[in-house]
Design a protein around this ligand. Sequence first.
Ligand code: SAM
Length: 283
Amino acid sequence: MQNLSNIGVIKDILNRHGFTFSKGLGQNFLINPSVCPRMAEMGNAQPGWGVIEIGTGFGVLTVELAQRADKVVCIEIDSRLLPILDETLADFDNIKIINEDVLKVDLQKLIAEEFPGMNVAICANLPYYITSPIIMTILEAKLPIASLTVMVQKEAAQRICAAPGSREVGAVSIAVQYYAQPKVLFPVSRGSFMPAPDVDSAVIRLDVRKEPPVAVEKEENFFKVVKGAFSQRRKTLSNTLSSAFGMSKADVALWLERAGVASNLRAEQLSMEQFAAIANALE
Ligand code: SAM
């Protein structure tokens, strides 16, 4: 089996296949040999489990997943990688590659067909240009998965994992934490990639919740409140909700009174329970 973290091996693959990295597809491949085994281990790749990987690159993480889990299904958009993966993954018979845009794949159907009766996890070094859409699409689909372990930009990791009520919190933190419990697993320096990106990264794991942490009557209202409240971070709820919902400030004041939340607070000061109370008090 080739060592896919070795620069010499990578350069040989690049030359023989005439492969060039696509910046547009977020192709920064891992070359730090310690990262993928840790990601696979901490990402639930284990006997009896199936794993979905998004974006294989040359397969450096794929082989670590396939060595530990029963089956790995990879979704990779770039067809130029297929002949390379034929070569680098040749030793494995438990890997399936789907050449598609992950945002167009019906993951619910894929899991039912590929992993019947199995525990399933998702593990990926995500293309940074669509980190949030991929994470939110997966969480909103309420897939039967235990966890989503992903490499993202360091700043994105901090934002996603920021606690409600903290200075770093944003709409994405609240939205992600409605569906999952996030945790930063370990940092990864920019030098761990080829080509090296301009920013450092971190691996985070989102443990998918069986039930949301707060009782929300209409999820649509909850997410609209969160998005609206964070739309102008420095402004108070009175201002942000009145523009997001097209209401007068007097009506917003009555709404927030019903919810038991002060209208001079800003979104970053609210707890998950307060967001839920505001959404549930919307008439
Ligand atoms: N897993 C490899 C590694 O760690 O070296 C590659 C990671 S690289 C950051 C992101 C990968 O995602 C690339 O292989 C890229 O072609 C693929 N990709 C980009 N956009 C995608 C999409 N919409 N759907 C599926 N794969 C995508």
